[in-house]
Design a binder for this molecule. Structure first.
Ligand SMILES: NC(=O)c1ccc[n+]([C@@H]2O[C@H](COP(=O)([O-])OP(=O)(O)OC[C@H]3O[C@@H](n4cnc5c(N)ncnc54)[C@H](O)[C@@H]3O)[C@@H](O)[C@H]2O)c1
Length: 553
């Protein structure tokens, strides 16, 4: 897009329309003063109420009805003048009215000048769903008159600065430094010199246009422009009181924290980004935990597909496109869980609050009296879906014990069934689980053995086949290992399996013995579906099982 002009000369604007062409100008009422000052008096004008409320179908209909009445046809030139909402709206009408007419923009917010008016994305919302209807058509030109920003409310100006920070963060350390050193120390718009304002706008535009030019239809690199927005949109949906800029600022902060967690970004760079957000007058603090944020993103009704893509940073000025399967994110969020045995009475309430799920090892919980059962039930109320019920049985067993039956009926989250249980037992427990909408984990344990051997690949592969062909949602393989090499071999196998189409992070290998802590940290980082922890160092339910605290460190 070569036709992006930043100019202090309104005469230049009037020359942007081919001589003799009729013009219809859709403008935001809030910029009437500027409309009168810089546009051509011969242009036909239609005022609009700018803001998100404008981007609705009924207003498209109203405006196009007016166009028809006024006998506007494709030979006319349409101009949208206002913030991003007016540009998105006018661009949409310009793209679809009579199958498309010539159009241009006069963006009047900083956000629209550096972002929304550039790049050809036009559209409206579908009810509550943002930007659901639209198209990608580039405007003929964009004319920016920087003085219009003098009437922009300070909060709206800050929203624009958030996009400038985004551009610097993903693509240009020198622009980022310019913001830090020359822009952010200026407290009010009147402090901006024409030169600073010009550079603030043009350098930011250059970054956006450079990316759009490579990838107009967002097949690849253009996704980088979503830095902070994927998190930001989730925040805005959850906290509607946040403005776009405030949500993006927090979203950028969240994305940098993830960048550190993924080992991509240094703490120093995170501090720099947070400082920049703060000195632009925006607040980087998150109103919720990072896990909650990912949960909102995964529940986004617009979200489709099997992967969740994020834009992270490797450095200030360098982005990384990061894609992870949705299942892996889900697993990461609900780990580690806590396994309870004999000490359940002391600990249950605490862990039902604190851990994402709690395993009841029924074989280790002892005989629970009728009264004990009622007490247990009371403690679980409202938390039933967090309960994982495990009862190891030998292959001869065919009947599901009453206690297990009863607990499933409470509405447990998951039931653990031994892979090697008898077909009758598996069938009966599986159908009980399904009736009660509990997930099914099939499990197998390879305990410490005199020959110090671990199962080979053929055995493991056969377990996968057996478990998933007999109704398992997940497979847990617990193995006692005697060396780091043995553990690593099993983890490598599990990583490979989980990444396979159709398996999708449904297998968990839990190492028992001395290597348990290290390998469970690997399981956490690789998104294994269930990572087990003990409630404390003395309360393990499997050899070497690390405590919840140790795993969280
Ligand atoms: N198409 C894209 O690529 C793209 C990119 C980013 C954002 N957007 C869209 O942009 C929209 C947000 O844009 P925005 O922040 O400019 O919002 P906006 O259009 O709502 O403008 C913000 C407020 O400022 C007022 N205003 C505009 N210019 C003014 C001026 N010069 N003086 C005084 N008041 C003025 C408006 O009336 C409005 O109340 C969102 O709908 C978003 O989806 C689109």
């Amino acid at each position: 897009m070569n036709n992006v002009i930043v100019s202090t000369d309104p005469g230049q604007l009037r020359q942007m329309v081919p001589a003799g062409t009729k013009v219809v100008l859709l403008y935001d009422r809030n910029v009437s003063v500027w409309m009168e000052q810089i546009t051509d008096p011969s242009w036909i004008t239609i005022p609009l109420d700018g803001g998100e409320g404008l981007k609705q179908w009924k207003y498209v209909q109203q405006v196009t009805d007016r166009f028809i009445e006024m006998q506007i046809d494709r030979s006319w030139f349409l101009i949208g003048m206002g913030g991003g909402t007016v540009c998105d709206f006018a661009g949409f009408i310009g793209s679809v009215y009579m199958r498309g007419m010539m159009f241009g923009f006069i963006p009047t917010t900083l956000l629209a000048q550096v972002d929304a008016a550039l790049g050809g994305k036009n559209g409206i919302h579908a009810g509550p769903y943002k930007n659901m209807i639209g198209c990608t058509v580039l405007p003929g030109w964009v004319f920016c008159y920087p003085a219009v920003l003098s009437t922009l409310p300070a909060g709206e100006f800050r929203c624009g600065l958030a996009e400038c920070i985004k551009h610097g963060a993903i693509a240009s350390e020198s622009y980022f430094r310019f913001l830090e050193e020359e822009v952010f120390p200026l407290k009010e718009f009147k402090d901006y010199s024409p030169e600073i304002l010009h550079r603030l706008i043009t350098d930011s535009q250059e970054i956006k246009l450079g990316i759009v030019e490579q990838d107009l239809y967002e097949k690849g690199v253009r996704r980088a422009l979503n830095f902070g927005h994927t998190f930001g949109h989730a925040l805005a949906a959850r906290y509607p009181e946040l403005s776009h800029g405030e949500a993006v600022a927090k979203g950028m902060a969240a994305a940098t924290f993830y960048s550190v967690q993924k080992g991509l970004l240094s703490q120093e760079s995170v501090k720099r980004l947070l400082r920049a957000i703060d000195s632009a007058g925006l607040d980087p603090e998150l109103p919720c935990t990072q896990s909650d944020l990912i949960t909102y993103m995964l529940h986004d009704k617009k979200k489709q597909g099997k992967t969740l893509g994020l834009v992270l940073l490797r450095d200030i000025g360098e982005y990384v496109l990061f894609n992870e399967p949705v299942e892996k994110w889900k697993n990461t969020l609900r780990n580690p869980g806590v396994s309870l045995g004999a000490q359940w009475e002391k600990n249950l309430s605490l862990w039902l609050e604190k851990a994402p799920w709690v395993e009841f090892r029924l074989d280790l919980m002892g005989d629970i009296s009728q009264v004990g059962m009622v007490a247990l039930r009371m403690q679980c109320m409202g938390k039933e879906k967090k309960i994982l019920l495990t009862l190891p049985v030998n292959p001869e067993c065919t009947e599901v014990p009453d206690s297990l039956r009863e607990m499933i009926s409470w509405g447990a989250g998951w039931v653990d069934i031994p892979v090697k249980a008898s077909p009758a037992y598996k069938e009966s427990l599986s159908s009980l689980a399904r009736e009660n909408e509990a997930g099914i984990i099939q499990s197998v344990h390879f305990w410490e053995n005199p020959s110090r051997e671990i199962p080979g690949e053929a055995t493991l592969n056969e377990l996968v086949r057996e478990a998933f062909s007999t109704g398992a949602d997940y497979l847990k393989i617990a193995v006692y290992t005697y060396s780091v090499q043995q553990s690593d071999k099993l983890l490598a196998w599990c990583d490979e399996q989980n990444a396979r189409e159709g398996v999708d992070y449904r297998i968990t290998v839990m190492i028992m013995g001395e290597d348990a802590l290290r390998t469970r940290k690997h399981a956490l980082s690789q998104g294994y579906p269930f990572v087990y922890a003990a409630s404390g160092p003395q309360n393990t339910t499997a050899p070497g099982q690390p405590s919840f605290e140790a795993l969280m460190m």
